[in-house]
Design a protein around this ligand. Structure first.
Ligand code: ADP
Ligand code: MG
Length: 226
């Protein structure tokens, strides 16, 4: 069976991403403490806790596009840092691109391009500026290149590319965001936003694997229905 990103998987992905952000909060905050202001983990945890609350309330929508749009709006309204509007606009644009029907790999590739365009339209970062864009660009490219092999293969290729893209930020000097205030001293550190983008793609890969089934964990856990 060809896997698609349907409503249940979209919700499961957002829940998995919320769990990953919470599990990695300290790490993301430590990365941001080195070259920013030490709030990236707490910013994302606050935002995704609000996303979970909207999902738990059953008020987030009943299609892939509606769920992503709600998550995006929620991040924009709850996260003060730069990453809230950036990720929020990305998810909102992805939701708008997906619309109300279950998405195959080509549609997801289009949604990722829309998300990336939103991030770059808002933040103006190019690859090499040491931001989330350094993980997002190779991930979206790898996804599209592997889309013909199905959603799980494309998502896995994207996750690997995002991880590698995040690692590629270590030697870079930041040209956007707070880290750019450090100039050359920003080199030698992993960009926190690139690290959280790697989590976004890792959780997508884990969620769209057809072998993967949501594990009910009580309140806040992934759900099978949707
Ligand atoms: P803030 O910098 O406002 O404290 P966060 O700490 O939550 O916000 O997020 C910092 C991350 O946001 C950076 O590591 C970087 O990846 C990303 N970022 C910052 N500015 C930009 C930008 N203009 N374009 C893309 N990503 C950016
Ligand atoms: Mg910060």
């Amino acid at each position: 069976m060809d896997a698609v990103l349907d409503t249940a998987r979209t919700e499961a992905w957002l829940r998995a991403l919320a769990a990953a952000v919470t599990a990695h909060e300290a790490e993301l905050t430590a990365l941001d403490a080195a070259i920013g202001d030490g709030d990236h983990g707490s910013n994302l945890r606050r935002g995704f806790t609000a996303v979970l609350a909207a999902l738990d309330a059953g008020a987030a929508g009943d299609s892939p596009g509606a769920l992503l749009a709600t998550a995006g709006r929620t991040l924009i309204s709850t996260v003060g840092g730069a990453s809230g509007p950036l990720y929020g606009s990305a998810l909102r644009a992805a939701g708008k691109s997906l619309g109300g029907t279950a998405a195959g790999p080509a549609e997801v590739a289009g949604a990722l391009d829309a998300a990336l365009a939103a991030v770059q339209g808002l933040g103006g970062a190019q690859p090499g500026d040491k931001t989330m864009v350094d993980a997002f660009v190779p991930a979206a490219e790898a996804f599209r290149a592997a889309a013909g092999d199905g959603l799980p293969a494309a998502a896995q290729a994207a996750a690997a590319a995002a991880e590698q893209g995040a690692r590629s930020t270590v030697p870079l000097v930041a040209r956007k965001g707070r880290a750019s205030y450090l100039g050359p001293r920003s080199a030698g550190h992993l960009d926190p936003g690139a690290a959280s983008t790697a989590l976004l793609f890792a959780t997508l890969a884990e969620t769209v694997d057809p072998e993967w089934t949501p594990v009910p964990t009580g309140d806040g856990g992934a759900r099978r229905d949707g």
